[in-house]
Design a protein. Structure first.
Length: 158
C-alpha cells in the first residue's frame, strides 16, 4: 500500500478522526511519520488538558507500521507492550515523530536472522507547539523472521 493512501485512510479511521488525531506525514519508504493531536472539546480531560488515552493513541500503531513496512512480508511484527510517562500538561496541538534509521533495520534483521523472536523497545516524545516534551512513550515490538523466509534464504545460500 502506498504511504499516502495509508495516511489518508488513517485520518478517516474513526478512532483517529473523532479524537482529533491527524497523521501529517508518512514518508514513501515508511521510515518517517509525523502525527498531531489537536485539542477538541471531546479529548479534554476534567482539568482542560489532553486526555491521556488520546496522547497514547496518537503514537500507538506507528512503530509497528514503520517496522512492518520497512522489513517486508518475511517478518511477523506485533506490538507487545507500551507505556507512557506524562511530564507536563498537554494543551493545544501536540505532535510526535517516528524515525526509523537504516542501521536499526540492519540490527533488527541481524537479531532475527536465526528465526528467534526479538523484542525491541522504541521511544519517542510527544511535544507541544513550543517544542516542550509533554509525554514520553515507549513501545515494545515483537519481531520474528517467518519460517518460510528462513527456508528460502537457506536454500538460496546452498
Amino acid at each position: 500500500m502506498k504511504a499516502n493512501v495509508l495516511r489518508h485512510g488513517m485520518n478517516l479511521w474513526p478512532p483517529f478522526l473523532f479524537t482529533g488525531i491527524h497523521v501529517t506525514t508518512i514518508s514513501a519508504d515508511y521510515r518517517h511519520v509525523r502525527v498531531e493531536l489537536r485539542m477538541r472539546p471531546w479529548n479534554r480531560n476534567y482539568v482542560g488538558t489532553h486526555f491521556g488515552g488520546s496522547l497514547f493513541a496518537m503514537t500507538d500503531p506507528f512503530w509497528m507500521l514503520t517496522v512492518m513496512h520497512s522489513l517486508g512480508r518475511d517478518y511477523y511484527v506485533w506490538d507487545r507492550a507500551g507505556e507512557i510517562e506524562f511530564l507536563k500538561p498537554g494543551r493545544g496541538t501536540v505532535s510526535a515523530e517516528f524515525h526509523l534509521e537504516p542501521a536499526l533495520l540492519d540490527q533488527l534483521r541481524q537479531a532475527t536472522a536465526s528465526g528467534e523472536k526479538y523484542l525491541h523497545w522504541f521511544s519517542n516524545d510527544i511535544v507541544d507547539a513550543q517544542g516542550e516534551v509533554v509525554a514520553r512513550v515507549r513501545k515494545q515490538i515483537y519481531l520474528r523472521l517467518k519460517p518460510e523466509a528462513r527456508t528460502a534464504s537457506a536454500s538460496a545460500a546452498d
